[in-house]
Design a protein around this ligand. Sequence first.
Ligand SMILES: Cc1ncc(COP(=O)(O)O)c(C=O)c1O
Length: 493
Amino acid sequence: MKRIHNGRVTRKRNTPIYDEIKKYIQSGTLPFHMPGHKMGKGLGPDYVKNLARIDLTEIPGLDDLARPTGIIRQAEKLAAKAFAAKDTYFLVNGSTSGIYSIISTICSPGESLIVSRDCHKSVITGMMLAGVQPIFVMPEVDQYFGISSFITTESIKKALEENPSAKGVLLTCPNYYGICSDLTEISKLIHSRGKILAIDEAHGAHFAFNDKLPVPAIKAGADICVQSAHKTLPAFTQGAYVHVGSDRINQERLRSFLQIYQTSSPSYIIMSSLDIARDIMETEGSKYLDRLIAMIEQGKNSMGDYRCLILEPSSQKQGQDYILDPTRIVINVRKLGITAFEAERIIREKWGIQAEMSDLYNIVFITTVSDREDDIRRLFQSIIEMAQSLDAAKDKTQKEESLPMLGKDYSLELPIQAIKTNETLFAQYENLSIYEASGRVSKDIVAPYPPGTPILCPGELITDKIIDIILRIIRAGGTVYGVDEQLNIKVVK
Ligand SMILES: Cc1ncc(COP(=O)(O)O)c(C=O)c1O
């Protein structure tokens, strides 16, 4: 039905995206997912109220992200100081655009870069676009949690020795589960060989603001890093930073690639939220993080015997404890006899809590300075109640054994690289049923999402074993990018 309001026709709009978002807001679901402002809670009502008016463009006085000399440059300088970097650049297209720019700054086409295999897919696509060949190092694997954990200094040393012409090393730290590598040791090694260390610190933008958190990449000696502010700080989606840590980075080249890989219409909503997130963290971040870490510890203690479900530093069974982000809550449900996909659904439907993601065994909750005490308490209460309700479930071992296990079943060996990664970018391809794809070469990245780390990279040989793993993840309820709903996969012709 049409009505006239202020000279405008108002009617029920046909807006599937907006309608679904409104439904989510009205459901009162508690978000333990990104963005880190947690539906505005961490940003304050004044700012949130003015959002539509903040969405401006490069009018006089508002500077220009592509060539910043005014307020944007001022804000970037303030961020550099807060994050203890030599220089900082604001990103409005996520860490993805920063990763692309970093790869193109460090390497020229035909060169190679050592990267951890558990990298985000943007690392692979960034290298394909830049014509750079990845040399993979395998992370350690936590057999019980079924996840990759950290990169050892020894594995980097070996990769550097075997690939002396590699331009540098690009590592993901922390990973999606909050586990970090020893970057201080790794950076010393890399610099002793005259190479560059770049870190995808997408999940660690908060590290600089509290000593109870792992050492931030720049402090550990990284030459450059990227951080998704929107993941763990009160900033809007796509807001990210590139921090430069040393003179080994050609900043002129970096600036020009940032322009190439980013929109020419940068959002002032995103940029101003990057500025605000920095100010909040610089002035009150340490206090808020102290409070958050204490609340989480209290929650963990309230789990009693169920504390064994949590990923903790001592979960590392051999050698030293894990270097772990205490704000990342990872619950392993293997003992409960269900997949984490099911557990995530139960927690959402029964307790109105939405996790960030789950894999076969683990649910990951992102907490930030925007979360309140009651929110954290409600989260732990829901986990305890779910665990109690499932504790009596029968026949758990049988179910567990049918699931593929990282470390035991896959990802310890690298697939064979049949064609160079970037050569697949414009290669002819065909869609093939995954059941017939053994022996063919993958055209795309095939990765469970989230976390988005590849099982297969472009140019790699598909084997029966890899097909089995992909199918088992899909059957267990997981999403695998690179395989469509009809179970087709793109293979090089
Ligand atoms: C480890 C890692 N790196 C990079 C990215 C890309 O970040 P963005 O979404 O900010 O582009 C992600 C996204 O989830 C990620 O998990």
